[in-house]
Design a protein around this ligand. Structure first.
Ligand code: HEM
Length: 487
């Protein structure tokens, strides 16, 4: 999830955004006028061939991933400066070179910049584990919840995943096969993931209404606070004339009410198999100020976990449906394996790694502010100055032609023998202290679902649909049909 991004529409906000962008742009040009083009005999990265207006709209638009790729390919360089109206920083840079990405993420001084992340506080009605920039407060939440995602809990998560997948097959997939109807793969995998996440992390079985409310209200709140208000903060003062702002505030109330419902349900349970679940660790963590602070983290984990995992699954299945030959290779290997080993077999690993490479859901995340000058390990003539805001769009490293042959093709076999650089380039959960806390749950679900579905079912494309970037990179309107494989 990333907060500067969202769909650009022609709503009521654009005039004020345009005015703010032009004013800030002029100020930016004034402030950076005369800045030297390097330091200590080293060069700053080149500018992307796009002006401030185009860059601001593109980076915050639904086609942000393709904009990033286009800039890198026009420059023939995967590290470039962007003209964006972010002040108080020597420069705003996009980095798609794997070793420099690693250097930025693993430097202990790199932090999440408040100017980018704080907008998410509005969605959860207070600070939360994802966007908290006060490191002391963040550590309480992170250390509290991390053990619930440790390897020893993966087995429990795996069995929940397996049960939920069987339920989805019986209730959704089999009827679609029998009626020969197509289904939206992104919605299907997102819904399955909400169920897995609610049960594995929160011991909660959501009703259909819970699910629709959570998904709808999250989208409404995120579009306003994480996108529109981060592009135009003035909107917050005009709630009385902007119905969208008032509706978004109502959405956050409803999200918070859902967080309380999950907590009340947990308290009402007489028996917990273990206290070491995510919800158990949040409820028993007395470092939280109150239940509203607990609800903020419950919602954050749900928001951060459901679309990333669901849409990763959707992209992998869509890519397989588009490449029937790859699907056959995968199925043939799966069918030779004992059931309990299927999720870990090489063919499953290959398609997952390749699916997450070619379509990384966190395509335009993450952003870091660096605490010291960082020289590029792959090109020591390039330097990023201390204080820079560094965008680390995964799509750039994953589709970097200097790292991958045929970078835009889905070729799972490239992972039979990858180079060290290729491994470093594909880091869907990123690196460093602010890496993804839920990655083990996500990996367990993705492996288990792909192995189960691809052993017994074949998928076909009915409609390829399009893609959109709003918080995550996702397929939109992609319809698949399925058939049970004859054994
Ligand atoms: C395929 C699935 C997933 C992907 C690709 C993914 C990716 C990421 C990435 C790239 C970040 C860093 C974001 C940034 O720096 O701006 C992140 C952070 C985070 N993710 Fe995930 N994620 C996934 C699943 C999950 C799940 C299942 C959960 C929880 C149940 C989760 C919870 C979080 C949280 C709380 C953070 C913030 C961690 C911190 O700042 O300490 N994610 N994730």
């Amino acid at each position: 999830m990333v907060f500067l991004n969202g769909q650009y529409d022609q709503g009521d906000w654009w005039q004020s955004f345009a005015l703010a962008a032009v004013t800030l742009g002029l100020l930016f040009i004034f402030l950076t006028k005369g800045r030297s083009e390097g330091k200590d005999g080293k060069q700053y990265p080149p500018y992307a061939p796009a002006g401030l207006w185009e860059t601001a709209l593109s980076v915050s638009g639904s086609q942000a991933p393709s904009f990033m790729i286009q800039m890198a390919r026009e420059l023939n360089c995967s590290v470039f400066r962007m003209r964006l109206p972010i002040f108080g920083t020597p420069m705003v840079v996009a980095v798609g070179e794997p070793l420099l990405t690693k250097a930025v993420l693993t430097d202990s001084g790199s932090i999440k910049p408040a100017v980018i992340y704080k907008a998410f506080h509005n969605v959860t009605k207070g600070p939360n584990i994802f966007s908290e920039t006060n490191l002391v407060l963040w550590k309480h939440a992170r250390r509290g919840v991390s053990p619930a995602f440790s390897t020893q809990h993966v087995q429990r998560m795996n069995s929940i995943c397996a049960q939920q997948t069987e339920r989805w097959i019986k209730e959704r997939l089999v009827p679609a096969i029998e009626n020969e109807t197509a289904f939206d793969i992104a919605q299907a995998m997102r819904d399955l993931t909400v169920s897995v996440l609610c049960e594995a992390a929160f011991e909660y079985d959501p009703t259909e209404e819970d699910m629709r409310t959570f998904l709808f209200e999250t989208e409404t709140a995120m579009r306003e606070f994480s996108f529109k208000q981060s592009a135009n903060p003035m909107r917050q003062w005009f709630a009385w004339v902007l119905p969208e702002v008032r509706r978004a505030r109502l959405a956050t109330d409803r999200m918070q009410a859902f967080g309380f419902k999950v907590m009340n349900h947990y308290r009402s349970l007489k028996h917990h198999e273990t206290e070491d679940t995510v919800i158990g660790r949040i409820m028993n963590n007395d470092k939280y100020k109150n239940d509203a602070a607990r609800a903020a983290d419950i919602l954050t984990l749900l928001v951060a976990g459901h679309d990333t995992t669901g849409y990763s699954l959707a992209w992998i299945l869509l890519n397989l449906a588009q490449h029937p030959h790859e699907q056959t290779i995968l199925r043939e290997e799966l069918q030779t394996m004992p059931k309990e080993e299927r999720a870990q077999c090489q063919a499953v690993r290959n398609v997952i790694q390749e699916g997450m490479r070619i379509s990384p859901v966190a395509a335009v995340s993450s952003v870091r502010e660096i605490a010291k000058d960082i020289v590029s390990p792959s090109d020591p003539t390039i330097i990023l100055p201390k204080g820079s805001i560094v965008f680390l769009p995964q799509i750039l490293a994953c589709r970097n032609p200097d790292v991958f042959d045929a970078p835009d093709e889905f070729l799972p076999s490239r992972w039979n023998n990858p180079s060290e650089l290729q491994r470093t380039a594909v880091i869907p959960f990123i690196l460093g202290s602010r890496n993804c806390v839920g990655q083990r749950l996500a990996i367990a679900e993705i492996h288990s679902v792909i192995a189960r579905l691809c052993t017994d079912f074949e998928f076909f494309v009915e409609d390829e649909g399009t893609s959109e970037y709003f918080l995550t990179y996702k397929p939109v309107g992609a319809l698949l049909k399925a058939r049970r494989v004859q054994k």
